[in-house]
Ligand binder design. Structure first.
Ligand code: PLP
Length: 348
């Protein structure tokens, strides 16, 4: 095989494209750029730390050949872990909250993983939270709890890989980076790299209304979280890997404006992304309005839209949650209703 051939699926992770938004944000002074992490083979930014955490654990002898991988995940990290696990032949068990989309659960099952669901309203330290159950299962089964919330390899991956990749692609010619906070791995790793090497770039977190990060950043206090529908972004506690010292500020978005923007990204830019990507672009525009001196803003779009077809791209689900938008996208009601043969395509 020639040198253009990748060694395995794991070698296709990263080098995701950055595009400039063509229509969205035209009302602000700044140019808005989007790094499309949905182009990773598992469909999200989480492929990067998932594989890196496994590689580090294998190097340290914590992950033995054939050992069971256990993780508490909103889905994307699980999908990334499966890439590594299937190439290296590890069984996987993922513990998720019951608010995650069916698409993510089915994808994990299709990849061969076992999935355990826990109530999303259980406090993180309760014995039935997805985090505690993952810890217990790992202990009982002799598996390795990857623990992305506490595993320093999670931000380190972004420090060593994603940060330098962004600089290779942009030469550092932008003023602000906008990234959502889930575990805090992305913002802490990329943020640390940029602060050390390109201190002119400001780092802004995206938080979801109801989550605790922005309030914690501004006050040092952890308040009671309220429910929100956003997946991957926001949380009810401060994960140890989150490093608030590399962050210059936070923008808060809500489900409604983030999901409307997610649909707008598809309709106006052709970008099929998840709800937190809509959140990141909403945040970038808010930021541009607040700080007109920031003229080039790069937003991280963490995952692809395929895992939200039954939610953000489904009017019934959106209506049920009072999230109807001016850009209704219906993944289940294509205008082509019958394709009888190659010549006879009928439109509704
Ligand atoms: C779907 C999704 N995955 C991953 C992330 C990044 O989160 P983390 O802070 O865990 O690196 C986000 C943050 O917005 C997200 O929305």
């Amino acid at each position: 095989m020639n040198s253009l051939t990748n060694a395995s699926i794991l070698d296709t992770i990263g080098n995701t494209p950055i595009v400039k938004l063509q229509h969205i944000g035209s009302e602000v002074n700044a140019e808005i750029y989007a790094k499309l992490e949905g182009f990773n083979p598992g469909g999200s930014i989480k492929d990067r730390p998932a594989v890196y955490m496994c590689q580090q654990a294998a190097k340290q002898g914590l992950l033995k050949p054939g050992g069971v991988i256990v993780e508490s995940t909103s889905g994307n990290t699980g999908i990334g872990l499966c890439l590594y696990a299937n190439v290296h032949q590890h069984p996987c068990i993922f513990v998720m909250t019951d608010k995650q989309s069916q698409e993510k659960i089915r994808r994990l099952q299709s990849l061969g993983a076992s999935v355990v669901l826990c109530p999303s309203n259980a406090p993180i330290d309760s014995p039935i939270s997805y985090y505690s159950v993952a810890q217990r299962l790992a202990r009982e089964l002799g598996g390795l709890h990857i623990n992305q919330y506490q595993n320093q390899a999670n931000p380190d991956c972004h420090y060593h890989q994603t940060g330098p990749e962004i600089i290779r692609q942009t030469q550092g010619e932008f003023d602000a980076l906008v990234a959502g906070v889930g575990t805090g791995g992305t913002i802490s790793g990329i943020g640390r790299y940029l602060k050390e090497h390109y201190p002119h770039i400001k780092i802004f977190g995206v938080d979801c209304q109801g989550s605790v990060f922005s309030h914690y950043y501004h006050t040092g206090q952890i308040r009671q979280a309220k429910t929100f529908l956003m997946e991957g972004l926001g949380g009810c506690w401060i994960p140890p890997v989150f490093d608030k010292n590399v962050v210059n500020g936070f923008e808060v978005v809500n489900d409604k404006n983030a999901f409307a923007m997610t649909q707008q990204l598809l309709i106006q830019e052709g970008i099929y992304a998840g709800g937190s990507s809509g959140g990141a672009i909403t945040a970038a525009i808010q930021l541009a309005q607040r700080c007109p001196e920031l003229t080039r803003i790069l937003a991280i779009l963490p995952d692809s839209g395929d895992r939200y077809a039954s939610r953000i791209y489904h009017p019934q689900w959106m209506n049920k949650h009072q999230l109807a938008t001016p850009f209704p996208v219906n993944a289940y009601n294509s205008k082509i209703i019958a394709c009888l043969d190659h010549k006879d395509v009928r439109l509704a």
